[in-house]
Write a protein that binds this ligand. Structure first.
Ligand SMILES: Cc1cc2nc3c(=O)[nH]c(=O)nc-3n(C[C@H](O)[C@H](O)[C@H](O)COP(=O)(O)O)c2cc1C
Length: 140
């Protein structure tokens, strides 16, 4: 199976998780960027607003994912949803090719779409390495 890890990250947690998974699967971690500035308190507030309102953002996929059989998609949780850039990404993809990995401070994702799998890394549960290990063991 040819995997690619794809991620969006505002403050580095999802990037770290994506890189750990890519390292264990010996595959590339491809970053998604968007056309927004999410920095600082204003960025945080705007992020919550965009997530709740399901507002569109324009994304760039900074690598080649055409040859991937399945994608491990790593996202921060924004107002109980994947970040807008991640929602824009999977709108164009068959969901059964995607293993969604969510990082959050405390809460779980609200809507369970038809992803191939869902893994939730929650800071206050301190479960990052356990969840990564469980996912990677399932994939290998
Ligand atoms: C706009 C915004 C909304 C967030 N909403 C939630 C939330 O609903 N529940 C939660 O537990 N964490 C929430 N968080 C915290 C992030 O999901 C968490 O810190 C995540 O691991 C950050 O990932 P990153 O460093 O890759 O950006 C939110 C963060 C932002 C910026």
């Amino acid at each position: 199976m040819n995997y690619k890890v794809v991620y969006f990250s505002r403050t580095g947690t999802s990037k770290r998780v994506a890189e750990k998974i890519a390292n264990k699967l010996s595959c590339e971690a491809v970053k998604i960027t968007d056309n927004m500035n999410w920095d600082g308190v204003l960025g945080f507030i705007k992020g919550g607003y965009y997530a709740v309102r399901k507002k569109d953002v324009k994304i760039e996929i900074n690598g080649n994912i055409d040859d991937a059989d399945e994608i491990i998609l790593v996202t921060p949780l924004w107002a109980n949803r994947p970040a807008p850039a991640i929602e824009a990404f999977y709108q164009k993809m068959p969901l059964d090719k995607i293993h969604l990995v969510v990082t959050s401070n405390a809460s779980k994702i609200k809507e369970h779409l038809a992803f191939k799998s869902l893994s939730e890394i929650i800071k206050n549960k301190n479960n990052e390495d356990l969840i990564i290990e469980t996912l990677v063991n399932k994939l290998l």
